[in-house]
Each structure stands twice: as structure tokens, then as C-alpha cells.
Design a protein around this ligand. Sequence first.
Ligand code: MN
Length: 193
Amino acid sequence: MKFTQPRLPYAPDALAPVISATTIDFHYGKHEKAYIDTLNTLIENTPFSEMSLEEIICKSDGKLFNNASQAWNHIFYFFQFSPNGLKEPSGKLREQIESQFESVDAFKKKFEEAGATLFGSGWVWLSADDKGTLFITQGGNASNPMTQGLKPILTFDVWEHAYYLDYQNRRAEYLHSLWDIVDWDIVGIRYGE
Ligand code: MN
């Protein structure tokens, strides 16, 4: 198998109560795993088996794109969290957030709104272009802003499987709670501190 599921850098119950061990068990243990397993099956004996995951995402469509992008998105999502990470953005990223969105709180509100108003399943993203300008975007299903040439730096999963066990239909509450476990050190590194 070309792509292996990375182990989480924290214990299954480390993010509770924001994300419970039960949700980790299903979301990471079953959903993410299934996307990676299906991706491996689909690329077997095809030219895609020679490509990086990012290349596959940018060059595929249909079922392969969906599984490749969902594999990447979930790995990216789970690795941005930490039970004891940096609680607020700092440095260059903080300056950029404040210059474009007025304040960190105003940015968070706008990001949560983008997640809450996305119809159906998908992802809300914070990405940067090559000049460091930030973009908040909504993407349906498996979409990823790297296919539009942007560099993703933060994402919240708004598929129901991400929050239903812990929050049922309260998507807005789930989105708001995630800030408690985002590790801004990791987001800052992605931005290019
Ligand atoms: Mn998910």
C-alpha cells in the first residue's frame, strides 16, 4: 500500500470534550482510514501510483479525486489540533489576520459563519496565495483550495460525521468549539512563519 494512515500525535481522548474519543474512533479510525484504503485500491497499477498525494488531487477527478482529497483533508484536519497548543495566532500570521479581518475574533466569526452556511457536506478553509494574502473559502464534498492554486493553512470539516456524535445538529456550536483545540503554532508554520 502506497499511502499509510499517519498516527495521531495525541491520545484518542486528548481533544475531549471538543472532539470526543468516540468521534475520533469513528472519524479518524473509520472514515479517514476508509478514504486512504480506497485511494490505495484505486491507484494500484495505474500511473497515479507514482504520484504524490497532492499531484493525484490536482490531476484526478470523480471517485479517485474524492478519495485522494478526502484522505489529504482529514490528515490535514487532525494534525492541526493539540490539547495544549498555542491558543492564539502569533507573528506574521496574526498581523495578516488583523490587517485583513480587523481582529482575530472578527476573523474567527467570519470563518465560523462560512462553515455554518455551507449547504450540505464540505469544508471551510483558510488559505494563502503566494503573496501571503489570506482567503476564507467554502468547499463542497471533498474540495480543496490547492486545486485553485492556494496554499491551505487551516480547515474545519463540516461533514455531519465530524460532529454529529458530539453535537448532533448543532454545527455552529461545533465550529465555535474547535478554536479551543486549534494549535496556532502548526497553522503559523503552514503559513510560513
Ligand atoms: Mn470528515
